[in-house]
Design a binder for this molecule. Structure first.
Ligand code: PMP
Length: 435
């Protein structure tokens, strides 16, 4: 029998039976029991607007996804050593959303697994191990990826940058050395990345690959300046390395104007990694690459992944693609996202606390600062805003290296009415913390 526990009892039992480094949101944690669309419901029946969850991308417990999962689970679930229609149906439809020559899929079970496999592909292709990364990035929880995540290795409990990794500065046009007002901003930040590439070359060990998110999530919702990836990719490729786009947070239409974030930059990566939204909450991930790279990984060693590409996961992934198309959710992300950005930018002059509003589609950041000269981060106030918003039944989070960026990344079913509710409540909370 399922025992229904009070939130405090769950907290106590978590302490007893789970690892101690799990975190919970909010001082008084919420117990969620149901999700529908962009809303979550607690054990006491309270309804919350979810502006955090970029995993349940097409809405919590979407009935079409639930039905696809149930139908396939009732028929068969097994591994890729038997032939099955689902994996090829899904692969065909997924690769159709990518530009040439990205045409080969590997199915895995998480964003971390996707990034780890991307590393193996790049290492097999180049015969090298070194990696170029962007500062403050997070790429996953595996040992190999903590090594590529300054968000972890340069923070509490981390062991610093490993020897096989060099860090490119974040192309942050608000806080970084080059302002987004500079028309050459993208190229100048690319030059700083290329300096790190040259440093590797000078040591006689050019990198296997450059990896970057297409919009920087943990870095604080930073939209890459125009031309940035074009310049970096060109230099990395000239040096014999590959270019990896981590689309785990921003893929599947969230950026609105495109299906994939890298398209904002007018580039085609050699490897793209997918996670979070791909299965709408079901553990699924994928790596999309070129035939050339996939063949270089065909070293004679089998690639086997027990759960990767199973019929249930593929049915779910395919249904997610269909729902994005049928419900026109990419267009929704663009329309509602543009409205939010416009309204937030109109609101900004009312509050000294707002340093910058940035983002694309339904991936938005509001950076709060104490002082427009020094850019001193308003970290405590950002946290207060999040808690005041919670009191108004809206769920949000903060992030960025200084933890002063309010992150907006709701399920992309988030609509105009939700946007207006958010904007009203946000203005109220900003009044309170500004007083
Ligand atoms: N890459 C990025 C950009 C991420 O945000 C995350 C998860 N936060 C990952 C990779 C790892 O994904 P997962 O937690 O599914 O392993």
């Amino acid at each position: 029998d399922i025992v229904e526990r009070a939130p405090a009892k769950i907290t106590a039992e978590r302490t007893r039976h789970l690892g101690p480094n799990l975190s919970v949101s909010y001082k008084k944690p919420l117990k969620m029991v149901r999700g529908e669309g962009q809303y979550l419901y607690t054990d006491t029946g309270e309804k919350y607007l979810d502006m955090v969850n970029n995993v349940c991308h097409i809405g919590h417990s979407h009935p079409r996804v639930v039905a696809a999962a149930a139908k396939q689970a009732a028929a068969l679930n097994t591994n890729t050593r038997y032939l099955h229609d689902n994996i090829v149906n899904y692969a065909n439809e997924l690769v159709a959303t990518f530009p040439d020559p990205l045409s080969v899929c590997f199915f895995v079970n998480s964003g971390s697994e996707a990034n780890d496999l991307a590393l193996r592909l790049a290492q097999a292709y180049s015969g090298r191990r070194e990696m170029l990364i962007v500062d403050h990035a997070y790429h996953g929880n595996l040992t190999s990826l903590i090594d590529l995540s300054p968000y972890k290795f340069n923070r509490k409990g981390g062991k610093g940058c490993p020897d096989h990794v060099k860090i490119c500065p974040m192309p942050d046009g608000f806080r970084g050395p080059i302002s987004s007002d500079d028309p050459e901003c993208g190229r100048k930040y690319a030059d700083l990345a290329i300096e790190q590439l040259r440093a590797f070359e000078a040591e006689g060990r050019p990198p296997a690959a450059f990896i970057a998110e297409s919009v920087l999530g943990c870095g604080g919702q930073i939209v890459l300046p125009n031309g940035y990836l074009k310049h970096v990719y060109k230099a990395v490729r000239a040096s014999g390395g590959l270019c990896i786009a981590d689309e785990v947070q921003v893929g599947f239409g969230r950026v609105g104007s495109y299906m994939w974030g890298f398209e904002l930059q007018g580039v085609v990566p050699d490897i793209v990694t997918l996670g979070k939204p791909i299965g709408n909450g079901h553990p699924l991930g994928a790596v999309i690459t070129t035939r050339e790279v996939a063949n270089a990984f065909h070293t004679g060693m089998e690639y086997f992944n027990t759960f990767g590409g199973n019929p249930v996961s593929c049915a779910i992934g395919r249904e997610v693609l269909h729902v994005i198309r049928d419900e026109r959710l990419q267009a929704n992300a663009r329309i509602v996202g543009d409205f939010m950005m416009e309204q937030l930018r109109l609101m900004a002059p009312r509050f000294d606390l707002i340093g910058e509003v940035r983002g694309v589609g339904l991936f938005i950041g509001i950076e709060l600062i104490e002082d427009h000269q020094t850019l001193e981060p308003a970290t405590i106030k950002a946290g207060q805003v999040i808690n005041l918003m919670k009191d108004r039944n809206i769920l949000l989070s903060t992030d960025g290296p200084l933890d002063n960026v309010i992150k907006i990344k709701p399920p992309i079913t988030f609509d105009m009415a939700d946007a207006k509710t958010f904007l009203d409540c946000f203005a109220q909370c900003m009044e309170i913390v500004s007083a």
